[in-house]
Design a protein around this ligand. Structure first.
Ligand SMILES: [Zn+2]
Length: 258
């Protein structure tokens, strides 16, 4: 992962980029021998083919969210910069690839790490979020300000935000993945855990409407198997639907950080 972080920082230095608003991906791609085309791609968000010092990035033209498009382009750039001297010369990237933040060394997680570090470089990110109370509205503001997906914004906040949060993606009543800050009081939430009935996220899968307001929820409702979660701990919870994947993105934060 350090290679991905270092590579992103080197590009920021090389092009003397002072803030995220100065970050022009197309200019960097042109200067680095990368070409971008929007095409129809079956089942993939993006892919890249490269040889020597040239590469062609193909982006699914059905991506309508500008943040998702920008994150996908940067993810493909990550493949190029991180593997151009290896014997691999192509990658095809799905929704699952773009939400792979595994700590294990793999190409998709490394490309996401590169994209996160380039688009939401730590000093720029920390400056933007400073002293703003955490809630889904802040995640939306980050997504708009840095032109990234809501998921990428939420995960970056969970990593380096001012307050510890848990980010949960659920699909079809089950937890698909969770990304939890190291200081968050409850951490054990295995993939495939049921979405609790007390949660607004449950309503999305089981009724026509889901409240997007913040609500207090007992910590044990989500973290049923985490012995560190006491009966008296409550979190704020706020959810937003991701209609394209029929999923729900939920954030939890401690009630004293309100
Ligand atoms: Zn990929």
């Amino acid at each position: 992962m350090t290679k991905a972080i270092k590579t992103a920082e080197e590009l920021i230095d090389k092009y003397c980029i002072e803030s995220h608003r100065e970050l022009n991906l197309e200019e960097i791609c042109n200067a680095e021998g990368l070409f971008i085309e929007e095409v129809e791609l079956n089942g993939l968000l993006g892919n890249i083919i490269y040889e020597n010092n040239y590469g062609l990035i193909l982006i699914n033209k059905s991506i309508s969210h500008p943040g998702m498009k920008r994150f996908t382009i940067t993810h493909e750039m990550g493949h190029f910069f991180l593997s151009k001297n290896s014997n691999i010369n192509k990658h095809g990237c799905s929704y699952d690839s773009l939400s792979n933040y595994s700590e294990n060394k793999n190409h998709e997680a490394e490309a996401n790490r590169f994209a996160t570090e380039l688009l939401m470089h730590k000093p720029w990110f920390s400056r933007f979020i400073k002293n703003i109370p955490v809630c889904m509205d802040l995640i939306k503001q980050i997504s708009e300000e840095f032109t990234v997906s809501l998921t990428a914004a939420a995960i970056r906040y969970a990593e380096i935000g001012q307050y510890p949060i848990a980010v949960i993606m659920s699909n079809d009543n089950l937890v698909q993945w969770a990304f939890i800050n190291d200081s968050f009081p409850c951490r054990y939430l295995p993939v495939g855990s049921p979405v609790p009935k007390e949660s607004n996220a449950w309503d999305y899968f089981n009724s026509d409407e889901m409240s997007t307001e913040e609500d207090l929820i007992q910590a044990r409702c989500w973290f049923t198997e985490d012995f560190r979660c006491s009966q008296t701990t409550y979190f704020y919870e706020q959810s937003i639907a991701i209609p394209v994947t029929k999923s729900v993105l939920t954030i939890l934060w401690e009630s004293e950080f309100k």
